[in-house]
Design a protein around this ligand. Structure first.
Ligand SMILES: Nc1ncnc2c1ncn2[C@@H]1O[C@H](COP(=O)(O)OP(=O)(O)OP(=O)(O)O)[C@@H](O)[C@H]1O
Ligand SMILES: [Mg+2]
Length: 372
């Protein structure tokens, strides 16, 4: 039997961006972006407004041309291929449906443009509407549909051409919260069932974490981190990623060569001790616990329980948000937030109470202070 050592990894890479860059005039919006999306994978571009998500997606779609770099699909260079010759379906935030056409014609339009024979156009458009569960509204005009239904038409229109890649730019941001949740599940199910490769632009971390196989976290035109939702959340590559994805506490401290970190005059430990000197430490609020300050000691021990950290502070205020209660605790000149699930029988400590914060040393992230 022949052995192709690299066959699998080569085949796995579907959409590849190589040192892709875009400048608008003198402004270098995307300096150099390299990325490989696997076949059948759904990847999110996640980042704050203006970081270059849409610009990157539009270069992939062929709607704007890159200033430099290369885009390949299945090994084929498509960098300069016109948009309509790329095998890609597009869904945008504004559904961009044709108002004067029925739902069916909106969906059929892309097939007509590709000179698909008439009888086949109708059958395929109806099938695409079935997939998004809108067959019964085929003869309506877009204005007589709800926002969610319009977005499903836009999705059917992108899927009907049976593209190898689906590009979605904030497709759910115009929908209300409940509908957004439903559409997330539907889009993900459709994408997985069809095995289509998808790139999903969003600035909503929940959307990225819950829907996608991997996430590209972008900042100012470059990639901060590319990884699975768990990698991004549990092992953020930078303070930026940690604070952009999920809630986090940030404190300044000093780390010594043994990995002991001094914060507000108290000592804690982290699982790894790579950084020395001034550091920034981060902890997720829901991984921390709050207890009344122990009275048998004045200063918390460095390690009261093996592998567990403890900091003493003063409860400043608490915020009740239904399923969670957020405690805001002053530790030196920093504020730390602890989140706990609410219970009906819970007695809340009063503001001004001394408290001990505890958490696992392994839940402490440490970055060199200059890295932010
Ligand atoms: N045609 C253009 N001419 C000049 N600058 C542009 C143009 N298009 C985008 N930009 C700039 O490029 C940067 C990235 O824009 P882009 O639309 O890609 O951001 P984004 O990440 O999609 O943000 P948002 O979350 O707000 O949609 C922004 O600073 C934007 O002002
Ligand atoms: Mg955008």
């Amino acid at each position: 039997m022949h052995n192709f050592p690299n066959a699998r990894s080569v085949a796995a890479e579907h959409l590849v961006l190589e040192q892709l860059g875009k400048s608008f005039g003198a402004v270098d919006v995307i300096p150099s972006l390299s990325l490989a999306v696997r076949k059948g994978e759904m990847v999110a571009f996640l980042g704050p407004s203006g970081c270059g998500k849409t610009t990157t997606l539009r270069m992939i779609a062929g709607l704007i041309s890159p200033t430099r770099g290369r885009i390949t699909v299945g090994g084929r260079d498509i960098t300069h291929l016109p948009s309509h010759e790329r095998d890609m379906g597009l869904v945008f935030q504004s559904y961009a449906l044709f108002p004067h056409m029925t739902v069916l014609r909106n969906v059929a339009f892309g097939l007509e443009m590709r000179n698909v024979p008439k009888p086949e156009v109708r059958a395929r458009a109806l099938r695409a509407l079935e997939v998004v569960q809108l067959s019964h509204l085929a003869d309506r005009k877009p204005r007589d549909l709800s926002g969610g239904q319009q977005q499903r038409v836009a999705l059917a229109r992108a899927l009907v051409i049976e593209p190898s890649i689906l590009l979605l730019d904030e497709p759910l941001s115009n929908l209300d919260a409940k509908l957004r949740d439903e559409m997330r599940v539907q889009i993900r199910a459709l994408q997985q069932a069809s095995g289509i490769t998808a790139v999903f632009v969003t600035h909503d971390q929940v959307e990225a974490l819950s829907m996608c196989d991997r996430i590209v976290v972008m900042k100012e035109g470059h990639i901060e981190q590319f990884g699975t939702p768990t990698e991004i959340y549990e092992h953020p590559a930078s303070p930026f990623v940690s604070s952009f994805v999920g809630r986090t506490n940030r404190l300044r401290g000093t780390s010594d060569s043994r990995g002991v970190i001094t914060v507000a005059g108290q000592q804690i430990r982290a699982a790894t001790a790579e950084a020395q000197g001034p550091v920034e430490i981060m902890m997720r609020p829901h991984r921390m616990r709050l207890a009344p300050a122990a009275t048998d000691r004045n200063v918390p021990d460095a390690t009261p329980v093996q592998g567990q950290n403890s900091l003493r502070g003063v409860l400043e205020r608490l915020t009740f948000i239904g399923d969670l209660v957020q405690y805001h605790i002053r530790v030196g000149d920093a504020e730390v937030m602890v989140e706990e699930a609410t219970r009906r029988d819970q007695g809340a400590p009063c503001a001004g109470t001394p408290v001990d914060l505890t958490w696992q040393a392994s839940d402490t992230l440490v970055f060199p202070a200059a890295a932010s």
